[in-house]
Ligand binder design. Structure first.
Ligand code: F6P
Length: 529
């Protein structure tokens, strides 16, 4: 691949940004072009995307698509799907898409479907609560072995088994596992120890606490009550877990909810719904693999991300799912995007002269509106917002849902339209001080507008549409990472802290601060005296 900043299209984009891009006004753009909504919207499997409230015009997209072609994005994408070792620092293929390919269709279909069949068979056994006796399932895992299932299970609550409670324990902080265990009956609980490597300190420590608790409670059949999802079956066996579900080094942790790591999802929603989740993701894979770049939603979104990060200089993006079930989506996306693209060197190890991953953050609407939207509307930074709206809810409270949708639409409208000082001046604000100069008040009550947003629209939140949505995000992260010339599939940045924690752990027992920096020594002394 050619790195984005070494292309002719990059230079063209710089010129375009200076001449038009920087000053594009969305209100004028809509007034000028009645076809803007159609031109900047995109149908993809299960998802309609409105990109028209973004700071782009036809020329911007034209130059961005040139950039994608010049960088060799299509060849890079094809290399991923073909199983080439594009994760160069670990010498691994990146084949999470093969996890959702139909039987017989993927590169590694036999092994994938063998494990999938076993995972789904166990899920169905557990779901048969009359004979399994289980009422609670505790997933112990962290990062990619937690965030995907912890996001999907509440999102698909409408499809969930009503006789089973799913719990997620991730943090090595005992305040996570202790309250969960308090409410459990050992005879009726299944623990899933989820760890790609089976070496992660937090997960092993929590698994040990769970096992000790289980035995203390009189539990006897560890083989039935503890299962593992891991690539390291030997380490799981050494821990005493005999029922294991394997996966492979070509599945990145943050891309692993589609395989054995998805066991809690399969238990919650059942085999057929889990297969629908995979089918939705597969439909998005096909779209990404085959749609022309100009009508390819992951490509258009990835290019937009690059445009905002590298030309407008926006360093963050807010995600606002207007669906309470998607409350863990921002946390899931933080790992997906920031662990993948939070890199400062390119694949050749050269320091990058431009920004990479934005900060991704957010909360479900409308809650976020009553917390940080103030800053989105009137703060000094421009932060593109991504709204996710679902047309038909899984409940019968139609009035609540209309209010939810009205709010989602209103926020993107308000961000774009803003309010001039003249309009603000003409309004009577009941809570405004009558003592204040009207111009000063108008300055406080006006909105600059022209703040960009994307709206993703789903008909209903189903296993299939959620699968497509997650795969859309995976591929979009791939697109920006590929254009930036980075390896989106390693995560060396988490290693240093892990190693230092290992060195500090015995010092927390002994109080020894010899050789530590002054701040860490001072803090450790306060913690141990
Ligand atoms: O935080 C780093 C990380 O390696 C993530 O990439 C991964 O998802 C997480 O730890 C958990 O790792 P494992 O599944 O091996 O326990």
């Amino acid at each position: 691949m050619i790195r984005c900043d070494r292309t002719a299209a990059w230079a063209a984009l710089q010129g375009h940004y200076q001449a038009h891009g920087r000053d594009l006004d969305l209100r004028e753009a809509f007034a000028r072009d009645p076809g803007r909504f159609a031109a900047f919207s995109q149908e993809a499997p299960e998802i309609f995307a409105d990109l028209s409230k973004n700071l782009i015009d036809t020329a911007t997209e034209h130059f961005l698509l040139d950039l994608a072609r010049e960088c060799g994005l299509e060849a890079r994408r094809d290399a991923m799907f073909a199983g080439q070792p594009i994760n160069t620092t670990e010498g691994r293929a990146v084949l999470h898409s093969a996890l959702r390919a139909p039987r017989g269709a993927g590169l590694v279909s036999d092994e994938v479907h063998d494990v999938l069949d076993r995972v789904l068979a166990l899920a169905e056994q557990v779901r048969d609560t009359a004979s399994s006796g289980f009422t609670d399932v505790v997933n112990i895992g962290i990062g990619g072995s937690d965030l995907g299932p912890a996001m999907v299970v509440p999102a698909l609550d409408a499809f969930a088994h009503r006789g089973l409670r799913l719990h997620f324990v991730s943090n090595v902080d005992g305040h996570d596992i202790v309250p969960v265990l308090r409410g459990l009956d050992a005879r009726r609980t299944l623990f899933i120890v989820a760890s790609k490597t089976f070496t992660t300190q937090e997960t092993l420590a929590n698994a040990q606490v769970a096992r000790a608790w289980f035995l203390q409670q009189g539990g006897t059949d560890i083989a039935r009550h503890f299962v593992a999802a891991t690539t390291n079956v030997t380490a799981a066996a050494a821990f005493g877990i005999t029922q294991t579900f394997g996966f492979w080094d070509w599945v990145g942790g943050r891309y692993s909810l589609w395989c054995a790591i998805g066991l809690p999802i399969a238990i919650a929603i059942g085999a057929d719904n889990f297969r629908a989740l995979l089918a939705g993701a597969n439909a998005m894979d096909q779209h990404f693999a085959q749609a022309p770049l100009a009508q390819n939603l992951p490509v258009r979104l990835g290019l937009l991300d690059l445009w905002y990060r590298n030309f407008h200089g926006f360093s963050s993006r807010s995600v606002a799912p207007y669906h309470q079930g998607l409350r863990r989506l921002p946390a899931y996306l933080q790992q997906l995007e920031m662990e993948s693209n939070g890199k400062r060197v390119d694949v050749d190890g050269a320091l990058l002269p431009f920004g990479t991953s934005p900060v991704v953050w957010g909360e479900p609407g409308t809650n976020g509106q009553h917390a940080y939207f103030q800053m989105l509307h009137q703060g000094t930074d421009v932060i593109p917002v991504e709204f996710i709206l679902v047309k038909t809810p899984a409940h019968a409270e139609a009035d609540l849902h209309r209010k939810l949708l009205a709010n989602g639409l209103a926020q993107s409208q308000a961000l774009m339209l803003g309010k001039t000082a003249a309009v603000a001046r003409g309004e009577k604000a009941p809570t405004a001080s009558p003592m204040l100069d009207p111009d000063v008040l108008a300055a406080h009550r006006s909105f600059p507008g022209n703040r960009p947003s994307t709206t993703l629209l789903l008909d209903t939140l189903t296993p299939r549409s959620l699968g497509a949505l997650i795969a859309l995000y995976e591929h979009r992260v791939f697109v920006s990472g590929a254009l930036w010339g980075i390896n989106s599939f390693d995560q060396w940045g988490v290693e240093l802290g892990k190693a230092l924690a290992g060195e500090l752990l015995p010092r927390l027992g002994s109080g020894d601060v010899v050789g530590l920096d002054g701040s860490t020594a001072g803090l450790l002394q306060r913690l141990t005296r």
